[in-house]
Design a protein around this ligand. Structure first.
Ligand code: GSH
Length: 205
């Protein structure tokens, strides 16, 4: 059985959501952040040397990185390609892969800089300027890709929506979503899915 090591609060709730969408049985190990430092507890280092979450175990496999975990779970459980195109449709698959890796690869870093700036009482002009421009670039790009569609790859939900929802939700938490009502609606559409609601019920005890 898949074991998910889930840290509250953080991006692994989006992995819980994926497991719920796939409808598979899984075990959930919940960890809490250190209240003083807001970092992961040492116990996560016993699971994986980085001590971060999400991490899944499947037998002898220990896998970190949310994008890799998504890919693995799709390969193993999405046999009828409900959540991703088959590799035989190479162009669609490549496009899907691009949107799967984009959130962690490009969008997260400027949001993280913004998050740290909000915690700082000093002025960091270079970082402010960089993060503001990059956040605008990436949220604009996601907004354009979405257009009038329901989900990031069109009108069907796909596994690319897990990571995109994560960075859009983080942008919302950082007060960056106001110029993008379509992204607000997109987030609401995703987070109101029954599988996400089940994930919240199970993971937030
Ligand atoms: N690129 C990794 C990032 C993993 C990561 O940084 N997870 C955060 C939770 S959102 C974490 O474990 N932070 C706790 C810490 O660094 O102490 C992924 O996509 O899984």
């Amino acid at each position: 059985m898949i074991i998910l090591h889930h840290l509250r609060i953080g991006r692994s709730i989006f992995t819980v959501w994926q497991l719920e969408e796939l409808g598979i049985e899984y075990e959930l190990n919940v960890y809490h952040r250190d209240p003083a430092t807001f970092r992961a507890p040492e116990a996560l280092k016993a699971v994986h040397p980085l001590g971060k979450s999400p991490v899944i175990e499947d037998g002898s496999l220990v896998l970190s990185e949310s994008g890799a975990i998504t890919t693995y779970l799709l390969e193993k459980f999405d046999n009828d390609h409900q959540f991703s195109p088959p590799r035989s449709d190479l162009q669609s698959w490549a496009n899907f892969t691009q949107w799967l890796h984009y959130p962690e690869g490009s969008v997260f870093a400027p949001l993280l800089i913004k998050m740290l700036l909000l915690r700082s009482d000093q002025v960091h002009e270079v970082l402010e300027d960089f993060s503001a421009k990059e956040i605008q670039l990436h949220l604009g790009h996601i907004n354009n890709q979405l257009g009038t569609h329901q989900f990031i790859l069109g009108d069907d939900f796909s596994a690319a929506d897990f990571g995109i929802s994560y960075v859009v939700s983080l942008a919302k938490r950082l007060g960056q979503l106001e110029p993008y009502p379509a992204l607000e609606a997109y987030l609401e559409r995703n987070l109101s899915r029954p599988a996400y609601q089940r994930a919240i019920e199970r993971a937030v005890e």
